[in-house]
Design a protein. Structure first.
Ligand code: SAH
Ligand code: SF4
Ligand code: F3S
Length: 447
């Protein structure tokens, strides 16, 4: 068995785990293929944050039921694997491997069992102090690299499966994080994205004892690194020192993703988020009073059990007050094992959807307004690629906005040369709800 295919669902932490799993497989002599048909080993790295996400993997597995026993080996990794465990073998008997992210340090060992014909191999223990730290990571993007700094989550938000699927919090040592960053800078990466379910509770387990703000400051000073991003921040653990660090180091991108979930203190309390609306707003004020213009984004859940019309209106009012630069919003989805299952007054799908639509429309008009203010400004973009359909380069600003642009000299990739991976200075000429458009100001050089 020598070829493998991996498909990834879910968040950036999963995307990065897949890069590590891929690297580990390549190091064992496997070859990656583009589709499941040609693969001897088919892996799904799954997400279970909402029911819809969870169902995807079972649809995929269903399609290959007929291939059972034909030498193809199926493995389910990630959050559904951890949540469903051995039940996956019942629902999809052709699966041979089920492993959650807290067990990936055992991956080489699990692979040996699979290679030796193991039929029901599992890695499901959450009882680990270790993080999945491997020298074999195979990154998908040549310019922007993810680094996991903390795994798992110690919060217990009433709606959320993550504490069950990713286990308790484990921070990596600052020495290993910094070594990885320096090595990445040495091999040409210019943007680092620090990952964790709650990066603010990062605590260096070694004697150095760095907190998150300290890690940010050190990261900002790594030679060759031009941009540092981080996600996700939990409002409860978000301290002012993080804003101070962003003010001090332009290398730290001026964008903070600070999920609020609801604008109603009542709902927040039932969600067990550990902050009130006022406490959340204080953090927003820190950002608004910073020297740099910090873009703010958030996550919101509509129709949490017991959410009244007044609670929902409080969330809409919060949108107006904060004026987020972008919002990820979701209908509440009841999840196994979570506290919110026991709450009475579940709302209908229809009502959750109605609120979601209203919220998204409100936010759309806020974004139209906010983005239009940027017309005329000059923005530095990391060029991500070229869009053949529109004939524009795709750039990203430090505030994490997409800025599509044309270039006076370098109108398209040519003779193997591209602007991707370079930084361009772009004049914004037009704006929409979700992106900006512009023209490169100076003739940026092609890589
Ligand atoms: N650790 C991050 C978020 C992880 S999940 C944090 O604490 O903010 C990403 C987002 O999915 C959450 O912020 C929340 O808005 C949403 N989400 C999580 N569980 C959900 C559920 N059961 N139903 C709907 N949305 C959910
Ligand atoms: Fe889930 Fe809350 Fe942990 Fe985020 S902080 S991963 S929402 S339990
Ligand atoms: Fe999904 Fe697991 Fe991430 S549930 S959002 S893949 S932590």
């Amino acid at each position: 068995m020598k070829t493998f295919y991996i498909e990834t669902f879910g968040c950036q932490m999963n995307a990065h785990d897949s890069e590590k799993v891929t690297g580990t497989l390549l190091a064992r002599g496997y070859t990656q293929v583009e589709g499941p048909e040609a693969a001897d080993l088919v892996l799904y790295n799954t997400c279970s944050i909402r029911d819809k996400a969870e169902q995807k993997v079972f649809h995929r597995l269903q399609q290959f039921k007929r291939d059972a026993g034909k030498g193809k080996v199926f493995g389910v990794l990630g959050c559904v694997a951890q949540q469903e465990g051995e039940r996956i073998f019942e629902r999809a008997p052709h699966v041979s491997l089920v492993a959650g992210s807290a067990s990936y340090t055992r991956l080489p060992d699990l692979l040996v069992q699979i290679e030796n014909g193991g039929r029901r191999v599992t890695g499901l223990s959450l009882d680990t102090e270790e993080t999945f730290d491997t020298p074999y990571t195979r990154r998908d993007n040549p310019h922007r690299a993810y680094i996991t700094i903390i795994e798992g989550c110690d919060k217990s938000c009433a709606y959320c499966v993550v504490p069950f699927t990713r286990g308790p919090e484990r921070s990596r040592t600052s020495a290993s994080v910094m070594a990885e960053a320096r090595q990445l800078a040495g091999s040409g990466y210019t943007e680092i994205q620090l990952l964790g379910q709650n990066v603010n509770s990062y605590r260096d387990p070694s004697e150095a004892g760095w907190d998150f703000a300290r890690l940010l400051r050190e990261m900002a000073q790594v030679d060759g690194i031009r941009r540092v991003r981080f996600t996700t921040s939990h409002p409860r653990d978000f301290v002012r020192d993080i804003i101070d660090a962003i003010d001090e180091f332009p290398t730290l991108c001026n964008h903070v993703h600070l999920p609020v979930q609801s604008g109603s203190t009542e709902v927040l309390s039932r969600m067990r988020r550990q902050y009130s609306r006022d406490e959340y707003m204080r953090r927003i004020e820190w950002m608004k009073s910073a020297k740099r213009d910090i873009a703010i984004s958030t996550d919101i859940i509509t129709g949490f059990p017991g959410e009244t019309e007044a609670d929902f209106n409080a969330t809409l009012a919060l949108l107006d007050e904060v004026e987020y630069d972008s919002v990820f919003s979701f209908k509440y989805s009841p999840r196994p094992n979570t506290h919110a299952l026991a709450l009475e007054t579940q709302l209908s799908e229809e009502e959750k959807g109605r609120r979601l639509t209203i919220l998204q429309e409100r936010q759309r008009s806020i974004q139209i307004r906010r983005n239009s203010r940027l017309v005329g400004t000059l923005e530095e973009c990391l060029v991500e690629g070229y869009n053949l359909a529109t004939g524009q380069w795709i750039g990203r600003t430090t505030q994490n906005r997409t800025l599509n642009f044309t270039h006076p000299v370098f109108s398209e990739p040519r003779d193997g040369r591209t602007l991707a991976g370079t930084y361009a200075s772009v004049r914004v000429t037009r704006s929409g709800p979700n992106s900006l458009a512009g023209e490169a100001a100076a003739a940026a050089s092609a890589a």
